[in-house]
Each structure stands twice: as C-alpha cells, then as structure tokens.
Design a protein around this ligand. Structure first.
Ligand code: FRU
Length: 643
C-alpha cells in the first residue's frame, strides 16, 4: 500500500480509482459499460492528445520553474500556418509540417531568450507571446478559417487510424510522452531542469548552464505546441485563428493533476499523461451520462484542488496518520469503492429511459437567445411524443467539443442525430462518420461540406442576405456608407448572408462597405467591433448585422457615443421577444425572420424514425419585418410558440 502512494505513482492511483468508478458510473449497453468499449477508451486518448501534447511541453517548463501561457495561441498560429502552407502556398504536407514546427520553435525561442537573457518573468514574456501569436494567426488568416479539403490526403492522414481502430493523434501523443520522459529522466538536460527548478542559484553555482537550458526548454515547448496545432488542424479540417483559447489552462491542469509543483523542481511527463487521461476519463463518463457541462466544470475544478492538496505536507501527514489508524485500510477502500460503484450502477440503470427512441441533439452553442428558442421549440415538440427522448448537448461554440459530444451521443445508442454545427469544415467528418454508420442525421440551420446526411432544414441565407441588401438600397436611396458585422466566418450562414447582400448592392457603386468586422454572431463582440468602426469613421449610414444580437450590439455602441440616430440598423433572426420587439421599439429599422427549425427538426425526426421518406433539403420561409408589420408578426409568432 505504501508503495502505491509514492508521490510519482499517486496520479496513476487516482487514474485507476477514477477508471474503476467510471466503469460503474457508465451507462450500460448490451450488458457492458459503454465506457469500457475499446473504441471509447481509445477515443479518450485521442481527445486528450492535443492538450496532452501541450501538457508535455508545459511539464518541462514547469519543472524548470517557469510557465508558458502562450501554448494555446501558438497552437492556433500553427493551425493557420499548416493550413495556409498546404492550401494557398501549396507546399505539400512534409514541408508544411516542418515549417509549422519551426515557427512554433521560434515562438518558444523568443519566450526562452526573453525569459533567460532578458530576465523577464516567464509569466510576462509568455503572456506577450500569447497575444503576439494570436495576432499573427489572425493576420495570416485575415481572421478567417482556412478549410483543408479532403483532397489533402497526406496531411489528413494524421486524423486517421492505425489498423482501422487506433487513432493516429493518440499514437503521436503516446510516442511524444515516451520520448520526452526518456529525455527528462535519462539525460543531463532533463536532470538539469530539476536542478534549475529546485534552486536556480544553486544550479548556476554547480555549473549548470541555466540560460541555455531554459531557452531549449521554451523552444521545445513551442515546437510541441506547433505539433499539437498540426494534429488539431488535421482533425478540424481547418486552420483557425480562434483555436486553442484557454488550452494553456487545460495543459497546466493536466500537469498539476499529474503531480508537478507549480513552484518548479518536480513533476514528470508520465505523471502529466496520467493527469490528462484522468481529466479525459471524467469528462468522458460525465458526458456519457449526459451530465450538464456546468457540473463537469465543477467536478474538474474540485479535482484540481484535490490534486494540489494531495501534494502538500499537511495532506501527507493526514494520510500517514490515517494509514496508521486504519491498518486495514485496503479493506475499507475496497468496501467504499464497491459501495460507490453499486450506487453509480444503480443510478445508471434507473436513469435509463423507457422511451422507444433516443435522439441526440447537438447544439453548437446555448449562448444566444435564438439557440434557446430553438431548443425550447424542439423540447416542446418532443413532449408531444411519449416515444422519444431528446438528449441535448451544448458545444459552447467549440468545434472539437461538438465533435466529441456527437461521438458520445453515438455511444449512448442514439437512434437519430440532430445537429446544428458550429462550423462546417470541422464538423463535416463527424457527421459523415455518424451517417455512414447507419444513424440518420438531420442538419439544422448551418450546412456541412458534404451530402452525407439525411435531411437539412434551414432558411435560404443567401436569399435573406439579398433581401437585406435590397432593403438597404431602398433605405439609403442607392447611396451611403455601410458597416457589415459578420457572423462566425466558418459557418455557412455568415458566408451566404454576406454574399447575398453584396450581390444585391453590386449595381449601386455609391453604396460602400467601409468596415466589415467579424463578431462571431455575438452581441458582446459586436459592441467592441462597432466601437472601433465608430472611431474610424466619422459618418456611417447603415449597419447590417448578420444577426439581431450583433445589430443590437452595434446600436448600443453607437448610442453610447450619441450617434445612433445617424444610421439605420438591419438585423436577421426576428425572435418575437428580441428582433421583432426591437423593431417595435424603434431600435432596429428592420429584421428578417430566420425560423429556428426546432419544431420542424423533431417533426422530421419522427418521420424518419417511422420509416417515411423525407426531402434532402427543407427550406423554411423568411419575412421582412419593419415598423409596418412588426406588431402583427409578433402576435403571430407568439401564438405559434404557445401552441
Ligand atoms: C445563433 C445564430 C443566429 C443566427 C444563426 C446562424 O447561434 O447566430 O443568431 O441566425 O445562428 O447560424
């Protein structure tokens, strides 16, 4: 028992305990815990691989007494450089990957030199690099995502499988762990890092070349961040300047749970592997049981506190005393584990619903009112059928999270998937995977890049954009300065709404788009972007927001500086309590109805499950809403939502 609680083994003991609990807590299918399916276990390693590789680099940095906050941004830059290299620059996969790794190493080199030679605290240098790398990623990509198409087979090989089952990112992750553990334990460089992190002055006096070792460490960390970026780009099928936000925190969490001390001088790579897997197992099993993301976050937070507490002297003391007092601790532990397991198993069984059909509902984001309206409409419609159960998942605007959640839904045994994808390129492979496995898929509102789905439901965004353009021409009398606030560039509605608008104003050369920032569909970002537009342009005639929240955000920004009367505001969505109300209140000059398709999604799901044929594309109507018809339309919408 004492052996098991050696400090370096502790993360593994934790991992094994969590693993056992997960087996019991997991839902059961065909008499076997879903968690234990080999595909699921391998997928946990795959999911952990990108952040895990960041954690390997972070382990080195933390052992040396430093910290690297730039890993997430360097990863984003790496996705952009690799995507640009193979698409626009046509370099071929090997050269693209090499260039990406070099750029990551250079970013790390900057961190290392500034920290070691410049004597600037690593927190500050890497914070600066966090901003620089993100800025470079945005500059290279012009803040757009860069799709990697299926013809890039060599590069996309990285998202594949060995022997058809072992995910290649997982293989790379484990290889990197092995190589870097050897580097850490069996080389002078590795031992020097412990010495530097333990006591830098003593290490210096003992003849260790502290600066050189630190510079190499940060360069390695940068290079590993770039490697993680390459794998992420291959899995997401795109380079994305927004990728990797807060990944540095996930990496630090894995390292800390893996037993390293943030003060430096301790930790190791296999510990961080255990940390990354432990977090992965918890996220996986909570996801399998459909536990709310909020609870998942609280559990991970509690785990972090526990992991840090486990390293303290007080904890060790308490542990030793407890061990002394309960000589037969093993029996106790086994008994507690069994009890917890049985409790988990019972809840697992009892929560199994009697519904005949389980439908997975993968929502890209719960943040915006339109999404909530969609979920509410779907839930209200589903309540009419006792035969079905809807399992909602919130991807929080994260492509990788949405992909992972869809895979978890499949493991839960869904009979049909409804998905509103965050962005097209990254979600296309997972939708294809589900559809090709024989599960019907309904894609809502945002299209994917292939026709591997059963049915697409949404309104015609190009048409909406065109009508918005025509209305702008009318409002402006064919002449004026326009600010266009764009939605998430990788989501098809943003592209279509923009292209339609541009088409409609093409014949009016005196209508000029003077500013077209991206605000990712979000009101808060639109406020910030509009503030910049207002600074830059002394006169604006019209703001076209790709959705109502962004148009309203822009109006708020204009009102803050007393300029809202100078311009007209157009939006899209027309929720009765948001956009339509804003037209009634005179805050928007017009909005275009974009039905949420929640009710239709469930209706068509039922048709498919009952074996009926459905059209490949269901196009929902749109409508121009202005002062003239807003009140009447609001009543109509209200009545429909109450029915
Ligand atoms: C909500 C939303 C809507 C918009 C739609 C486009 O996430 O931004 O406001 O109309 O998505 O897909």
């Amino acid at each position: 028992m004492r052996f098991l609680f050696r400090s370096w083994l502790r993360p593994y003991v934790g991992l094994i305990l969590v693993f056992i609990l997960a087996c019991f807590f997991s839902p059961v299918r065909n008499g076997w815990p879903v968690f234990l399916q080999i595909e699921n276990i391998l997928d946990i390693v795959r999911q952990a691989s990108v952040r895990g590789i960041l954690a390997v680099g972070m382990t080195f940095v933390i052992i040396s007494g430093g910290i690297d906050l730039s890993v997430g941004s360097v990863l984003a830059l790496a996705t952009v450089i690799s995507a640009l290299s193979i698409t626009e620059w046509q370099l071929g996969a090997p050269a693209a990957i090499s260039l990406t790794l070099i750029s990551g190493a250079l970013a790390g080199l900057f961190n290392g030199v500034a920290t070691a030679k410049g004597r600037i605290q690593p927190f500050v240098t890497t914070l600066a690099m966090m901003s620089i790398a993100r800025g470079l990623a945005m500059a290279f990509s012009h803040n757009y995502t860069i799709p990697i198409h299926n013809d890039q087979t060599v590069f996309l090989w990285l998202e594949g499988f060995v022997f058809g089952i072992i995910p290649i990112p997982a293989v790379f992750f484990l290889l990197i762990v092995a190589v870097f553990q050897v580097l850490l334990v069996y080389t002078a460089f590795g031992r020097n890092l412990y010495a530097i992190g333990g006591n830098e002055t003593a290490a210096r006096l003992a003849g260790v070349r502290v600066d050189r070792n630190k510079i190499i460490t940060y360069a390695l960390c940068g290079c590993l961040s770039a490697a993680a970026g390459v794998l992420q780009a291959a899995q997401m099928h795109q380079g994305d300047p927004k990728e990797g936000v807060a990944f540095e925190l996930d990496a630090i969490a894995a390292v800390v749970v893996g037993g390293a001390n943030l003060a430096g001088g301790s930790g190791n790579v296999v510990g961080s592997l255990a940390g990354a897997l432990l977090i992965g197992v918890i996220v996986n099993v909570l996801g399998l049981r459909n536990v709310e993301p909020s609870i998942q976050k609280i559990v991970i937070g509690a785990l972090l506190v526990l992991a840090v507490a486990a390293q303290t002297q007080t904890f060790n003391q308490i542990w030793r005393n407890t061990m002394k007092r309960f000589r037969r601790m093993q029996t106790w532990m086994i008994a507690i584990l069994c009890l917890a397991g049985v409790a988990g198993f019972m809840t697992g069984c009892s929560s199994k619903s009697d519904a005949k059909y389980l439908i997975g509902f993968s929502q890209c984001n719960y943040n915006e009112p339109w999404r909530k309206a969609m979920n509410d409409a779907a839930a209200a419609q589903a309540a009419k059928y006792p035969d079905i159960q809807l399992n909602f998942q919130d991807a929080e605007q994260k492509n990788d999270q949405q992909g992972n959640q869809v895979r978890l839904l499949v493991r839960q045994g869904i009979d049909l998937l409804i998905i509103s994808p965050n962005e097209a390129a990254p979600l296309t492979p997972v939708v294809e995977e589900v559809y090709n496995s024989g599960i019907p898929v309904i894609v809502l509102d945002r299209a994917i890049l292939s026709d591997a789905y059963t049915c697409f439901i949404g309104a015609d965004n190009r048409e909406i954009g065109r009508r918005a353009g025509e209305y702008a021409v009318k409002l402006l009398n064919g002449k004026g300065k326009v600010v266009e606030i764009q939605g998430l560039p990788g989501s098809p509605p943003a592209i279509d709404r923009s292209e339609g608008f541009h088409e409609a104003i093409a014949d009016y050369p005196e209508i000029e788009i003077i500013h077209n920032p991206v605000a990712d569909w979000l009101k808060s970002k639109a406020i910030d972007q509009m503030k910049i537009a207002l600074q830059a342009h002394p006169h604006i005639d019209l703001v076209y927001g790709h959705n109502d929240p962004m148009a309203l955000g822009a109006r708020l920004a204009a009102a803050q500086v007393g300029r809202e009367a100078e311009m007209k505001f157009l939006g899209i969505d027309a929720l009765w309590h948001e956009g339509v109300q804003a037209v009634i209140d005179g805050q928007l000059d017009a909005t275009f109805w974009y039905p949420t398709c929640g009710r239709e999604a469930v209706e068509y799901a039922m048709k498919i499950l009952n074996g009926e044929n459905v059209p490949k594309t269901v196009t929902l109507p749109t409508k121009l809403v202005t002062q003239e018809n807003a009140q009447e339309f609001q009543n109509e919408l209200k009545a429909a939502s109450d029915s």
